[in-house]
Design a protein around this ligand. Structure first.
Ligand SMILES: Nc1ncnc2c1ncn2[C@@H]1O[C@H](COP(=O)(O)OP(=O)(O)O[C@H]2O[C@H](CO)[C@@H](O)[C@H](O)[C@H]2O)[C@@H](O)[C@H]1O
Length: 306
């Protein structure tokens, strides 16, 4: 399969707009006039004109579509009390810039070996019969539950995940729909990283925290929480979870990830007072690690064991 998408400035804009309604209103598809690439009027996305604040008019169809305004500091962009604490405090800016930077997206068979994952087939015997299991060899990883003392919040990272976008896109294709807005590829996760160097897990966790969220946590302050298997059916790789508390006095840089690796991470504080609603909000694309970490943190806080 080869799937290709060239986001135009307009479709990028549409994606940004859709994002505002997506966060507040739910991830329930992107039908006609919600994203312009999907319907008859959408085909004119390349020639559409922004004629007035909040209204987009397609030249070809002459049909006006109401666009919610992109506002960076409203509740829709930061639901459930989420607050941007990226050093370069530019609410919504990191995500908007990423949307503008994204170019053509293709989904293709692997062009060669990967340093991150490799498909394998396990042949095994059960009751004397040979069976086959298809899997992906992947690195193990670390994730860190970071409690922000001043904000009484969990630190969450928001970033564009190509695999998440591609999955939503392939689902849409299977349903005969066009490409979804780029915004569906932005996820909420714990600070995390793969174990691809010969350092201790706690050292790798420390480095990820410094890189992604910008706080300097001592290796000895990385408290192991548990280990789980991140994908039992597909990879079987282990995820090592740590806990650490941070405060603004420990800030060393703005975080954001390694730009040269394509990382553009927004650091968000999720107040524990809003955790329940956040956990239950199905419109928010979040990792299992984040859900688990949030529940663990709240349990520890309730039991006063941190
Ligand atoms: N599959 C991939 N293909 C191409 N480049 C890749 C890649 N995985 C990582 N990279 C590259 O490696 C860089 C460093 O990755 P990290 O160690 O920060 O892991 P990341 O947090 O991206 O997610 C990692 O760790 C989290 C935590 O478990 C996992 O959920 C997630 O699948 C895993 O990629 C990324 O910015 C990217 O450039």
């Amino acid at each position: 399969m080869h799937t290709s998408l060239v986001p135009t400035k307009e479709s990028t804009g549409a994606a940004s707009v859709r994002w505002t309604s997506l966060i507040g209103g739910g991830l329930n598809g992107w039908g006609c006039c919600e994203i312009y690439t999907n319907c008859c009027c959408c085909t004119s996305v390349g020639v559409s004109l922004l004629i007035a604040r909040g209204v987009r008019l397609s030249r070809r169809s002459g049909r006006a579509m109401v666009m919610p305004q992109l506002s960076h500091d409203n509740e829709q962009f930061y639901p459930h009390g989420l607050k941007s604490i990226s050093k370069e405090h530019n609410p919504g800016g990191i995500m908007e810039k990423t949307l503008q930077r994204l170019g053509q997206i293709d989904i293709i068979p692997p062009p060669g070996p990967s340093r991150f994952v490799s498909p394998q087939t396990v042949m095994y015997h059960l009751d004397g019969k040979q069976r086959r299991w298809d899997m992906v060899k992947a690195h193990s990883s670390v994730g860190i539950v970071l409690y922000h003392a001043e904000e009484d919040a969990l630190l969450v990272v928001r970033q564009f995940r190509p695999a998440v976008y591609a999955s939503r896109w392939m689902e849409a294709q299977a349903e005969g729909k066009g490409p979804p807005p780029l915004s569906v590829g932005f996820t909420y996760e714990l600070t995390a990283g793969i174990v691809d160097k010969s350092k201790s897990l706690a050292e790798i966790a420390k480095e990820e925290v410094l890189e992604e969220v910008g706080y300097d946590v001592k290796v000895e302050d990385m408290r192991p929480v548990t280990v789980y298997v991140s994908s039992t059916g597909i990879s079987g790789s282990k995820h090592h979870m740590f806990y650490a508390a941070v405060s603004e006095s420990m800030r060393s840089n703005g975080g954001g990830g390694v730009q040269d690796s394509g990382e553009a991470i927004e650091v968000l504080a999720l107040p524990l007072a809003h955790a329940d609603a956040f956990e239950r909000d199905e419109s928010i694309p979040k990792s299992a690690g984040l859900l688990f970490g949030l529940m663990w943190l709240r349990n520890q806080k309730r039991a006063d064991t941190l």
